[in-house]
Write a protein that binds this ligand. Structure first.
Ligand SMILES: [Zn+2]
Ligand SMILES: [Zn+2]
Length: 149
């Protein structure tokens, strides 16, 4: 599977990237800038189908925006998406990021700075994961997020 663009600077549609439809990736400062189209109807249905409790479903049904992630160059996007679906922490982080409100970057390597992984923006949802931002939930460090309750 050759989903990762091998050169050039134009945004490259990465196809279905496994399960999420219409993922787009482009090289950015030595990394890969990937747009997960979590606002699109098919992907909303996918995430709703993966919810395992009422809290997650309430969030999955809320309006959503696309999510931008920065991943190391050469990342296999199909595998990256598979991990989102198979790892609860990653799935919840994408829920936070796609449904959350924009915040000032928390001190936990958030906000798109050097070494910040994986989300470009800092977003949180009140009363979900303790109010921790998507990047901190992703890193299983929700309790240490600057926005945590
Ligand atoms: Zn944050
Ligand atoms: Zn945080």
């Amino acid at each position: 599977m050759a989903l990762v663009p091998s050169g050039g600077s134009a945004a490259v549609p990465a196809g279905s990237a496994g399960l999420f439809g219409n993922v787009v990736a482009a090289p950015a400062g030595g990394r890969l800038r990937v747009v997960l189209p979590t606002g699109q109807p098919g992907n909303r249905r996918l995430m709703q189908g993966l919810c395992v409790n009422d809290d997650e479903m309430a969030l999955a049904l809320a309006p959503s925006q696309d999510v931008v992630v920065l991943v190391p160059a050469g990342t296999n996007l199909a595998l990256f998406v598979a991990k989102i679906i198979r790892r609860e922490g990653y799935f919840r982080a994408v829920l936070v990021q796609s449904r959350g409100v924009l915040r000032a970057g928390c001190p936990q390597r958030c906000g798109g700075g050097p070494g910040a992984l994986p989300f470009v923006e800092c977003r949180t949802v009140a009363d979900f994961q303790g109010g921790a931002c998507g990047s901190c939930v992703w890193q299983s460090r929700g309790a240490r997020c600057g926005h945590h309750d």
